[in-house]
Design a protein around this ligand. Structure first.
Ligand code: ADP
Length: 595
C-alpha cells in the first residue's frame, strides 16, 4: 500500500477536499476509501485532539491518537475505546464513553475529519450499523462477604476498609471507570491537623470544626454524625497517607471552608485519592474485585435482611451474594434532572441547570434504598455554585484566581451581588439576571503572564484560544468583545475600584484587595450549576442504614454523598472529601464485622 499522509481540521477542509475528492471513490452509500494514512484534528474536552487513521480500499485498519490535552484519569478511556469501537464496527456511529462525552466527541470528530480526506462517503459511514452483532446476554452468580455499590471515593474506601477487616469484597461501578465525582472534585480535605497547622501558627480544635460544620449547615445536621465526621477526619486522612496518598504540607481555606484546615493533594483534582485506592486494590486482587460497566439494579432481601445485589454488566446479568453486608456508595443526584425537580424547594426551576457532576451522579442508591424502606433525609438541600461553564456546567474554564481579585457583571454590564457572599446567596442573585448568565472580570493581577493556569490546569492563553475567555487592553474594548454596553462595564469597574478604597459598597462586600486597573483585562462567562446534594440515606455513626421508623436495616450500610443528615442545609467547602473517607472507612469495617 502506498503510504501517504494528509492532514485536515474539521474547520478547514475546503481546499484539501478538492484534491482528495477526485481520488475518492465513494458513491451511492457504498463504503470505499482511497488507501492511505490521514490526519484529522478536532476539539476535545481541553484543547485539540489529533488522530491518524489508516485505511485500505475497504476498511478502517487503525486509529492512532497523535496528540491530545485531556486529563488521562478522566478522559483516557475515550481515547482507548472510541478508536477501538470505530475499527471494530467499521462505523462512525459509535456510542460516546459515559463520563467522557467531550473527549469522545472530539475523537469521533477528528476521525471524521481524517476520513473525509480519504474520499469516503461520510454519510454512509455515520449511519452504518456496527458490523459486530450484539452478543447474547449471560447470567452469573458471584459470592463475596461484602458487596459495595459505587466506585467513587466512599465506595473504594469502604472496599479497602472491609478487606482490611477480613472480608472478600466485590465493588460494582456502573461507569467504564472508577472515580465518580471524587476524581473531578476540587479535592480539598478538611481535618484538624496540629502537625501541619501549628508550625503555621494556626489555632484549631475538633470542637471548632464541629461547631462550624454544624452551624454552617444551619444546625440541620445530626450532631452525632457531625461529631463522628470531625473526630475521624484526621485518622482517615492518615489512613489514606499510609496507603500512599500524598498531600502538600500547605494548609489553606478552600472557598466556603470557614477556617484554614483544608489539605491539598499533590496530584491534580481528586485523581490522587482514586489513584491511591486503585493501586491498593490492584495489589490485593485476592481480596477486592472491581467490576466496571456493572450497574446495581436491585437489593436482594431475604428474611428482612439485605443479602445481596442484582446487577447488569455489558453482556451479563449478575446475582452478587453478600454474606456479611452491602454498602451503598453511589454518590449524589446532581446529574438527575427528575430527582432534582422532585426534591428542589429552594431554587428556581433546575430542569435545565448544568452540573459540575459526572453523568453517573443520578441518585441510583436512593432508589435502591427506598425500595427497602430506608429513610431519606434533607433531600431539599441542593448546593449550587455560581461558577459553571455555560457549555458544560463544569467548573473548568473559570478565570477566577482569588475571590478578592474579581467582580461579576450581568449581560447588561452591571454588578448585581456581593461577590464574596455565601455560595447560595450569589447563586440566587445570578438566577435573577438575564439568562442567569454573568461575566467574571479580572485583570493582569490575576494573570501576570498568559501562561498562568487556573486550578483546572488551564492557562488563560489556552482559554482565550478556545473562545472561553476574552482579553482586551481597555475595559471598553473588553465590553465590546463580550457584547455588554461599554459604559456600564466602565461604571462597574469604577464602582469596584471605589470599593477597594472604601472597604465596602452598596452590596456590603467585605473581601477586597487590589483595584482592577492593570491591562490586559479578562472576562469569562459563568452560569449557575448544581454541585452537591446534601440529602440522602439516613445512617447512624456506624454507617448502618436506618428505616423510616428509625430501625437499623439489617445487612445494609451507606457512605458518601448518597447519605444525608451530616452537612445539614449547607456543606462547608472541604468537608465532602473528609465525609466520604471517614464514613466509607466505617461502613466497610461495620459491614465486614457482621456475621
Ligand atoms: P462519593 O463521593 O460519595 O464516593 P462519587 O460520585 O465519587 O460519590 O462515586 C459514586 C460512584 O457510584 C460513581 O462512580 C458512580 O458511577 C457509581 N454508581 C452510581 N450508581 C451506581 C449503580 N447503580 N451501580 C454501580 N455504580 C453506581
Amino acid at each position: 500500500m502506498k503510504r501517504f499522509l494528509k492532514r485536515a481540521a474539521m474547520t478547514a477542509l475546503g481546499g484539501v477536499m478538492l484534491v482528495i475528492g477526485i481520488m475518492g471513490c465513494a458513491s451511492g452509500g457504498k463504503i470505499a476509501f482511497t488507501p492511505g494514512v490521514y490526519q484529522g484534528t478536532a476539539r476535545g474536552f481541553n484543547g485539540d485532539v489529533t488522530v491518524e487513521v489508516t485505511v485500505d480500499a475497504a476498511r478502517i485498519l487503525d486509529i492512532r491518537i497523535v496528540a491530545q490535552n485531556d486529563t488521562p484519569e478522566i478522559s483516557g478511556l475515550a481515547y482507548e475505546r472510541i478508536p477501538r469501537a470505530i475499527v471494530a464496527g467499521q462505523t462512525l456511529a459509535v456510542d460516546v464513553v459515559s463520563g467522557a462525552t467531550f473527549s469522545s466527541n472530539g475523537v469521533i470528530a477528528a476521525v471524521t475529519a481524517a476520513l473525509e480526506l480519504s474520499g469516503v462517503n461520510l454519510d454512509a459511514l455515520k449511519t452504518r450499523r456496527p458490523s459486530e452483532a450484539g452478543a447474547a446476554r449471560t447470567a452469573e452468580t458471584l459470592d463475596a462477604d461484602v458487596v459495595v455499590i459505587g466506585g467513587g471515593g466512599a465506595g473504594l474506601a469502604a472496599a479497602i476498609s472491609a478487606s482490611q477487616n477480613g472480608a472478600k469484597v466485590i465493588v460494582l461501578e456502573k461507569m467504564p471507570r472508577a472515580g465518580g465525582n471524587t476524581i473531578i472534585s476540587g479535592a480539598a480535605y478538611n481535618a484538624v491537623d496540629p502537625a501541619r497547622q501549628r508550625p503555621r501558627g494556626i489555632e484549631d480544635s475538633i470542637d471548632l470544626h464541629y461547631t462550624q460544620t454544624f452551624e454552617g449547615g444551619d444546625m440541620k445536621g445530626d450532631p452525632a454524625m457531625v461529631r463522628t465526621l470531625v473526630e475521624n477526619a484526621l485518622p482517615a486522612l492518615q489512613w489514606m497517607e499510609s496507603m500512599g496518598m500524598e498531600f502538600t504540607d500547605e494548609i489553606f481555606t478552600v472557598l466556603g471552608a470557614l477556617w484554614p484546615r483544608s489539605h491539598r493533594p499533590v496530584m491534580p483534582l481528586g485523581t490522587g485519592y482514586i489513584d491511591t485506592d486503585l493501586k491498593y486494590i490492584a495489589a490485593h486482587p485476592d481480596l477486592i474485585t472491581l467490576m466496571v460497566d456493572t450497574k446495581a439494579t436491585e437489593l436482594i432481601v431475604a428474611n428482612g435482611r439485605v443479602t445481596g445485589v442484582k446487577a447488569e454488566g455489558q453482556t451479563t446479568d449478575y446475582v452478587l451474594n453478600a454474606g456479611r453486608g452491602v454498602v451503598i456508595a453511589t454518590g449524589g443526584f446532581g446529574a438527575n434532572k427528575e430527582l432534582r425537580q422532585r426534591f428542589n424547594t429552594q431554587w428556581p426551576d433546575l430542569t435545565n441547570a448544568g452540573t459540575t457532576n459526572h453523568p453517573g451522579a443520578t441518585g441510583d442508591g436512593l432508589v435502591l434504598a427506598e425500595a427497602v424502606d430506608a429513610n431519606l433525609v434533607g433531600m431539599e438541600y441542593i448546593q449550587l455554585l455560581p461558577m459553571g461553564d455555560p457549555e458544560t456546567g463544569s467548573l473548568s474554564g473559570n478565570i477566577e484566581q482569588a475571590v478578592e481579585d474579581r467582580f461579576f457583571v450581568n449581560k447588561e454590564g452591571n454588578r448585581f451581588v456581593d461577590e464574596g457572599a455565601r455560595r447560595d446567596v450569589m447563586t440566587l442573585a445570578l438566577f435573577e439576571q438575564t439568562d442567569a448568565y454573568m461575566w467574571v472580570i479580572c485583570d493582569r493581577h490575576s494573570y501576570p503572564t498568559p501562561q498562568v493556569k487556573n486550578n483546572f490546569n488551564e492557562s488563560i492563553e489556552e482559554l482565550i484560544q478556545q473562545g472561553r475567555a476574552f482579553e482586551a487592553n481597555t475595559i471598553e474594548e473588553l465590553a465590546r468583545k463580550i457584547g455588554v454596553p461599554p459604559a456600564s462595564l466602565q461604571a462597574a469597574t469604577a464602582e469596584f475600584n471605589a470599593g477597594v478604597d472604601a472597604g465596602t459598597d452598596r452590596f456590603g462586600r467585605t473581601l477586597w484587595k487590589i483595584k482592577i486597573d492593570s491591562p490586559p483585562y479578562y472576562a469569562g462567562a459563568r452560569i449557575p450549576t448544581v454541585h452537591h446534594t446534601m440529602g440522602g440515606i439516613q445512617i447512624n455513626p456506624q454507617a448502618q442504614v436506618l428505616d423510616r421508623q428509625g430501625r437499623i436495616v439489617p445487612g445494609l450500610y451507606a457512605a458518601g454523598e448518597v447519605t444525608g443528615g451530616i452537612h445539614g442545609s449547607n456543606r462547608l467547602g472541604g468537608n465532602a472529601l473528609a465525609d466520604i473517607h471517614v464514613f466509607g472507612r466505617i461502613a466497610g469495617a461495620s459491614a465486614a464485622a457482621e456475621r
